[in-house]
Design a binder for this molecule. Structure first.
Ligand code: NAP
Ligand code: ZN
Length: 354
C-alpha cells in the first residue's frame, strides 16, 4: 500500500517549484520510514529541477540533505528504532552486489545507484522523490545515525551532501598536517570544505570570487583567503598546493588553479556545472606531473565516518533557515552566490504552505 505524501517540486524545467502530492511505498522488511524535519538546499537540486544536466524526470522533487525522525521500521531492521534521529544523503539504494558496493563505494555502483531524487528505484525503475517532502521511506543500509545534539539538527542536514562531498576527496588525497589545501568557492560545499580541511589539520586557503566573503572565510577556518579575480594574489601561491578541491558550480578557467599546484599536486573537481569548463592547457598538467581529478559524494560508510568526525570536532553547517515556499527565491539567491552558507528548509512549513 502506498501513502500519499505532501511534497514540493517542479513539473517542468521552466516551472517554479510548487506543492505536489507524491506517493511513498509502505516500509518493507528492510525499510525505515522517516518524518522529515529539515532538508538542506544543494546547488544540485537547482541543476536537476531546471534540467541543467539533462535527464530530469518530472515531476521532480529535489532534496538530498535530509534529517528526520524514524516513525516505523521493517521487521528485519536492526540498526534503527522508532524515535531515532537519522539522516539520508544523496543515495537511497544501490545494487549491493558489485565490487564498489562491496567496498562501501555505493556512489560508484557498477549497476547504478538510486539517487534520493531522480531515481531510478532498484527493481521497479520508478522515479524517486527527495527531501522536499513530509516523509520518506529508505532502505536501512542507506540511513545514517546522527550523533550531534538534537538542538543542532537543522545545521547537521547539509553534512549529508555538502559535508561528505568535500570530506571524501580531502580524505582520498590525504589532507592533514603539512599539506597545503585549497578550496575554490565559498558556497555550501566550499564552506564545509574549509571547516573539515581545517579540522583535519591542513593549511587551508580559500579561493573566492566574492571579496566580501573574506572575513567569513577566515572565521570559518581558512588560514588565508585569495580573491581569485586578483592575478597578483593568485601568483603569490604558484606551484605550492598539494590539493585543491574545486566546488564552483559554473564553467571557469581551470588553468588559473592548475598553475597553483606543486609537483604531483591534484585538483579535484566536485562542482558540476551544466555546461563544460574550457579545456585546460595540457602544459598546465605535464610540466609538473599534475593531476586533474573528480569525486562524487561519498559511500555510506564514509558518510557515517564524516558525521562522527564532524560531531567530534563540533562541526555543523552555517545555515539560513527558510520556509518551503521561499525555495524559488532561495534558488535565485544561490545563483548570485548570495547564500551564507547553506539554505535549510524547515519542513514543518510544508504543511502550512498554500
Ligand atoms: P553553491 O552554494 O551555489 O556554491 C558555489 C560557489 O561557487 C558560489 O558560492 C561561488 O563562491 C562560486 N561560484 C559560483 N559561480 C561562479 C562563477 N561563475 N565563477 C567562479 N565562482 C563561482 O553550490 P553548492 O551547493 O556548494 O554546489 C557546488 C557545485 O557542486 C554544484 O555544481 C553542485 O551541483 C555540485 N555538487 C557536486 C557533488 C559531487 O558529488 N561531486 C555533490 C554536491 C554538489 P564564491 O562567491 O566564493 O566565488
Ligand atoms: Zn548535493
Amino acid at each position: 500500500m502506498r501513502t500519499a505524501t505532501l511534497a514540493y517540486g517542479a513539473t517542468s524545467s521552466t516551472a517554479p517549484l510548487g506543492p505536489l502530492t507524491i506517493e511513498r511505498r509502505a516500509p518493507g522488511d528492510l525499510d525505515v520510514a522517516i518524518d522529515i524535519l529539515y532538508c538542506g538546499v544543494c546547488h544540485s537540486d537547482l541543476h536537476t529541477a531546471r534540467g541543467e544536466w539533462g535527464g530530469t524526470q518530472y515531476p521532480s522533487v529535489p532534496g538530498h540533505e535530509i534529517v528526520g525522525r524514524v516513525t516505523a521500521t521493517g521487521a528485519l531492521v536492526s540498526k534503527f528504532q522508532v524515535g531515532d534521529l537519522v539522516g539520508v544523503g544523496c543515495m537511497v539504494d544501490s545494487c549491493q552486489h558489485c565490487q564498489p558496493c562491496g567496498d562501501g563505494l555505493e556512489q560508484y555502483c557498477e549497476n547504478g545507484f538510486t539517487g534520493t531524487y531522480n531515481g531510478p528505484e532498484q527493481g521497479t525503475g520508478a522515479n524517486t522523490f527527495g527531501g522536499y517532502s513530509a516523509q520518506i521511506v529508505v532502505r536501512e543500509n542507506f540511513v545514517l545515525k546522527i550523533t550531534h545534539d538534537a538542538g543542532s539538527l537543522a545545521a547537521v542536514a547539509p553534512l549529508l551532501c555538502a559535508g561528505i562531498t568535500t570530506y571524501s576527496p580531502l580524505r582520498q588525497w590525504s589532507a592533514g598536517p603539512g599539506k597545503k589545501v585549497g578550496i575554490v568557492g565559498l558556497g555550501g560545499l566550499g564552506h564545509m570544505g574549509v571547516k573539515i580541511a581545517r579540522a583535519m589539520g591542513a593549511h587551508v586557503v580559500l579561493f573566492t570570487t566574492s571579496a566580501d566573503k573574506r572575513d567569513d572565510a577566515l572565521r570559518l577556518g581558512a588560514h588565508e583567503v585569495v580573491v581569485s579575480k586578483n592575478a597578483d594574489e593568485m601568483a603569490a601561491h604558484a606551484n605550492s598546493f598539494d590539493l585543491i578541491v574545486n566546488t564552483v558550480a559554473a564553467p571557469h578557467n581551470l588553468d588559473a588553479f592548475l598553475a597553483l599546484l606543486t609537483l604531483d599536486g591534484t585538483m579535484t573537481l566536485v562542482g558540476a556545472p551544466g555546461s563544460p569548463h574550457p579545456a585546460p592547457n595540457v602544459f598546465s598538467l605535464i610540466m609538473k606531473r599534475r593531476r586533474l581529478a573528480g569525486s562524487l559524494i561519498g559511500g555510506i560508510r564514509e558518510t557515517q565516518e564524516m558525521l562522527d568526525f564532524c560531531a567530534q570536532h563540533g562541526i555543523v553547517s552555517d545555515i539560513e533557515t527558510i520556509r518551503m515556499d521561499e525555495i524559488n527565491d532561495a534558488y535565485e539567491r544561490m545563483l548570485k552566490s548570495d547564500v551564507r552558507y547553506r539554505f535549510v528548509i524547515d519542513m514543518g512549513t510544508l504543511q502550512t504552505t498554500p
